[in-house]
Design a protein. Structure first.
Length: 224
């Protein structure tokens, strides 16, 4: 078995060929800033302190659900970090009803693992309306427009071109990812997006294995 290489796995795209990313369910997404610039604030004593630009990001994230009735977002499933964000996007079966992830065992605190942000980048081209690619593209554009107006920097890049996504297929993965999002500021010293990190996150391999195992059970996409 080949050894785990975080950088190689981070780059390699695993976006599912032919998968319908408008399909109802839950999706874990990560967006990074252009050149990993620390635009949105700083982590102090394990807490994220948003600046004015970070508040714009948070505002636009939740505005997504206000203007798109097929999208549902939850406060405990989103975090803004200095140079990236993590969030869970729920796409509804129909307005007001999301498909539940497959029932599974509830995750006890001792079983929780931090979902890796090493899910490889996707590059949506001409994303279908109401798809994850369309939702992310519109969110990024809204943030960029407001930030550039505030900074008087028309045309300046705010976000990395690609984004990272993972289909959440069961309740165990959902609970683990939700826990990781909530705990992300406390793990900043191990975050691969932190150029000054003091160590690698020891849970990265564990979560990577969990997500890969879920994908192997659905080799052709399947239902989230």
């Amino acid at each position: 078995m080949k050894s785990y290489d975080p950088d190689r796995h981070h780059r390699r795209s695993i976006r599912l060929k032919g998968y319908d990313y408008t399909q109802p369910g839950a999706y874990f997404v990560t967006l990074c800033t252009h050149d990993r610039a620390h635009w949105f604030g700083e982590v102090v004593d394990g807490e994220m302190r948003l600046n004015e630009w970070g508040e714009i990001v948070r505002d636009e994230w939740f505005k997504t659900a206000q203007v798109r009735p097929y999208v549902q977002l939850r406060d405990d499933e989103f975090v803004v970090m200095p140079n990236h964000i993590h969030g869970i996007i729920w796409i509804a079966d129909n307005v007001g009803a999301t498909r539940r992830v497959a029932p599974s065992d509830r995750v006890a605190p001792s079983d929780r693992v931090a979902p890796s942000d090493r899910v490889a980048p996707t590059t949506p081209r001409g994303p279908a309306p109401q798809s994850i690619g369309a939702i992310i593209g519109q969110f990024k554009s809204a943030v960029t427009k407001r930030m550039n107006e505030l900074r008087d920097t028309p045309g300046a890049l705010v976000w990395q071109r690609n984004y990272y996504e993972h289909i959440i297929r069961n309740e165990r993965a959902l609970n683990a990812i939700r826990y990781y999002i909530q705990d992300n500021p406390h793990r900043w010293h191990m975050d691969r997006e932190n150029a000054l990190r003091t160590m690698q996150d020891p849970l990265a391999r564990e979560i990577w294995d969990m997500l890969q195992s879920d994908d192997r059970q659905h080799p052709h996409g399947g239902s989230p």
